[in-house]
Design a protein around this ligand. Sequence first.
Ligand SMILES: *[C@@H]1O[C@H](CO)[C@@H](O)[C@H](O)[C@H]1NC(C)=O
Length: 154
Amino acid sequence: MNWQHFFIRNIIISITGVAFTALKSASTSSDGVIRFENVLLNEGNGYNSATGEFTAPTDGVYVFSWTILTKETEAIAADLYLGSSRKARLFADARGGTTSNSMDDSASNTIAIRLTRGQKVSIRVDSVWDNFVDGNNWSSFSGHRIFIYITALK
Ligand SMILES: *[C@@H]1O[C@H](CO)[C@@H](O)[C@H](O)[C@H]1NC(C)=O
């Protein structure tokens, strides 16, 4: 475990690092939360590969990035949700592709967002469009905390 120590006057505050990277191993064709099963990093244990959700261990500002690859003939919207609220979107469109030209498409997005402890973040497939998400590590979800708030000092 990595501990960063901040010495502020007489106060010592210890903060664990929070960072995760998860890749998608199995390709799936389903709406709703995307599970990225192959966890490369999970400092702070915020990411749950069984549910696909990240739970904020503390209040703070977090950065999330996600990449989704879809296959020829399909288009997909894969959106970042904070709880049940959609905060950001991406769209990958491979409808011009055919099996013979093998033209897939991927898209990525990155956002910074303020979370309170216990809030959940997930990437979800919008049922309005198609839903193929390529596994084999082509699709990924990662995040890390960049700020915390020390309310005692306000
Ligand atoms: C995906 O990543 C994992 C861990 O790095 C690796 O063991 C596995 O072979 C990779 N799979 C593919 C298809 O690249």
